[in-house]
Design a protein. Structure first.
Length: 242
């Protein structure tokens, strides 16, 4: 079971890989293909019974013997076949949902902004140059074997290594969210989302798609703000500092 973040109703999906499409003006748009949903509702949680309002979605059909007995009974109670992944999404009105109802890709339209969460690719043990972007040591003046070393890690005051010092170590295999990605196309027949840009995770890996939590401004608003900032004029209703 996946522990989710607070937010609106989203979808679970599977990353299929990357490709490119052509825009209306002939420009090339790099997109990530995501098979999103349909996700049946397995449980509806209410504030009276559970302390918060949420719905539990499932994704990734699997055989009954692939889940334990407690989950098998959980799916049987909701009259839903077994699934591989479960995820909760907070909602404002749980009475609008019921068990067995399917959430499909049509909740996203072309041009929507989404936040996508996935598990990054595992890189194993990596050094400081790949893991943290260190530039490495000098390559001349008698340098022998320290080109990719982290350099000094101690300190002059307390002679010890401080907590949080960036070093080599395990890289990848962690949850990461890419915010404010654009939905280029939503294919309701094939349950596909074409999202502009890259998405964390490996091919066929699980991704969680939410509506973006960032403020979305139109291009007209952005241009107007830049124009006002450039002239040094305060927006209407805000007194200019003397």
């Amino acid at each position: 079971m996946i522990k989710g973040l607070l937010g609106q109703v989203g979808l679970l999906g599977k990353k299929l890989g990357m490709t490119q499409i052509f825009g209306t003006t002939g420009n090339v748009i790099p997109v990530t293909l995501i098979h999103a949903g349909p996700c049946p509702i397995v449980e509806v949680k209410t504030k009276e019974n559970d302390g918060y309002n949420a719905i539990q979605l499932a994704y990734g059909e699997c055989r009954e013997k692939s889940v334990n007995k407690s989950l098998a009974g959980h799916f049987k109670k909701a009259n839903v076949q077994p699934y591989k992944w479960l995820k909760e999404f907070r909602v404002d009105k749980p009475e609008e949902y019921k068990c067995g109802q399917e959430i499909k890709v049509d909740i996203f339209a072309d041009g929507d902004f989404v936040d996508i969460t996935g598990v990054t690719k595992g890189k194993g043990f990596q050094g400081v140059m790949k893991r943290h972007g260190f530039h490495g040591g000098p390559k001349t003046h008698g340098q022998s074997n320290r080109q990719r070393s982290p350099g000094a890690i101690g300190s002059q005051g307390p002679q010890r290594v401080l907590k949080g010092t960036r070093m080599g170590g395990h890289m990848g295999c962690e949850w990461k969210t890419i915010q404010k990605l654009t939905v280029v196309k939503s294919d309701q027949e094939k349950n596909l989302l074409l999202v502009k840009g890259s998405v964390p995770g490996v091919v066929n890996g699980l991704v969680i798609i939410n509506k973006t939590i960032k403020a979305v401004k139109s291009k007209v608003e952005v241009k107007l703000q830049k124009k006002v900032a450039g002239k040094g004029k305060a927006p209407a209703g805000i007194p200019k500092k003397k």
